[in-house]
Design a protein around this ligand. Structure first.
Ligand SMILES: NC(=O)c1ccc[n+]([C@@H]2O[C@H](COP(=O)([O-])OP(=O)(O)OC[C@H]3O[C@@H](n4cnc5c(N)ncnc54)[C@H](OP(=O)(O)O)[C@@H]3O)[C@@H](O)[C@H]2O)c1
Length: 228
C-alpha cells in the first residue's frame, strides 16, 4: 500500500538518514523538507520517490509554507517532525533571540506544520522528535535551558494533541532521543562521542513511525542509553 510520508529536517543528520532508509521502499512517497533544499536534492537524487521542498521553521508563515507544499498531495499518512535547533549557552548569556529561535523552530514550527498537515490526514501517525533532556527526571546538561525546555514543550504538546484528537484515527507520539552522532551534536559538544550513530537512531525512528501507532497514542518515550 502506497504511503505519503513527510520528513521535516531532512537535509542532514538523523532526518537525512530517515529519508535514505524510507526511500528504499518504492511504496513510500516521501516529502523531504528543510531550508537547505540543494543539499537534499544532491543527497536524494537517486530516488524517484523523494521530493524536496524548502521550509524555514524559523519564519512567521510556517503554516502557509507547509499548506503550499502539501497542496498537491491528497493525503499524508506519516509526519516526522525531526527538525531542531540547539543553543548551548550559560543561562545568563541567553539572548531573547536565542530563546525565540529555539521556541520558533522546535515548538511553534512543529505545531504549525501539524496544523497544515491535519486537513490531509485521515488515518495518520505523527512522530515528534524531542530530546531526553526534555524528558522529566532525565539527566540534564548545563547550557541547554533554551533547547531542553523547548523540547519539553514538544512532549507536552504530544499529550495535549492526543487528548484533543483521541476520537480520530490520527495518532501522535514523541521520541526523546539520547545522544546520536550528528553535526548538531558535534557543533554543540565538540569531541564528544555518542554511543549511537545517526543511521542507527534513524533505524529505530523509521520502524516506530511505520508501526507504533497500532499500540500507542500520546506517549513520550526516551530512546536513550543514559540513566536516568
Ligand atoms: N543528535 C543528537 O544527539 C540528538 C539528541 C536528542 C535529540 N535530537 C533531536 O533530533 C533531531 C535531529 O537532530 P540531528 O542531530 O540530526 O540535527 P542536525 O544534524 O542539526 O539536523 C537538523 C535538521 O533540522 C533542520 N532544521 C534546522 N533548523 C531548521 C529551520 N529553521 N527550518 C527547517 N529545518 C530546520 C536542518 O536542516 P536545514 O539546516 O537545511 O534547515 C537539519 O536537516 C532534532 O530535533 C534534535 O533536537 C538529536
Amino acid at each position: 500500500m502506497s504511503r505519503t510520508i513527510v520528513v521535516v529536517g531532512a537535509s542532514r543528520g538523523i532526518g537525512s538518514s530517515i529519508v535514505h532508509q524510507l526511500a528504499s521502499n518504492s511504496d513510500f512517497n516521501i516529502l523531504a523538507l528543510s531550508r537547505n533544499v540543494e543539499r537534499m536534492k544532491a543527497s536524494f537524487k537517486s530516488y524517484s520517490n523523494v521530493t524536496c521542498f524548502a521550509l524555514d521553521l524559523n519564519a512567521k508563515d510556517v503554516r502557509s509554507q507547509c499548506e503550499t507544499i502539501f497542496l498537491n498531495y491528497p493525503s499524508i499518512d506519516i509526519l516526522i517532525n525531526n527538525a531542531g535547533v540547539l543553543v548551548n549557552k550559560p543561562f545568563l548569556e541567553l539572548s531573547r533571540e536565542d530563546l525565540e529561535t529555539c521556541y520558533s523552530v522546535n515548538v511553534m514550527g512543529v505545531m504549525e506544520t501539524v496544523q497544515a498537515a491535519l486537513p490531509k490526514m485521515d488515518k495518520a501517525h505523527i512522530v515528534n522528535i524531542s530530546s531526553v533532556g526534555g524528558f522529566q527526571g532525565s539527566v540534564k546538561f548545563s547550557g541547554l535551558t533554551a533547547y531542553s525546555t523547548s523540547k519539553a514543550a514538544v512532549c507536552s504538546f504530544t499529550e495535549l494533541f492526543a487528548e484533543e484528537y483521541k476520537d480520530t484515527f490520527i495518532k501522535m507520539n514523541c521520541l526523546c532521543l539520547g545522544a546520536a552522532q550528528t553535526e548538531m551534536l558535534e557543533e554543540a559538544f565538540p569531541g564528544y562521542e555518542a554511543p549511537v550513530s545517526a543511521d542507527k537512531m534513524a533505524e529505530y525512528i523509521v520502524d516506530f513511525a511505520l508501526n507504533a501507532d497500532q499500540w500507542m497514542n500520546g506517549k513520550i518515550i526516551p530512546v536513550s542509553l543514559s540513566t536516568p
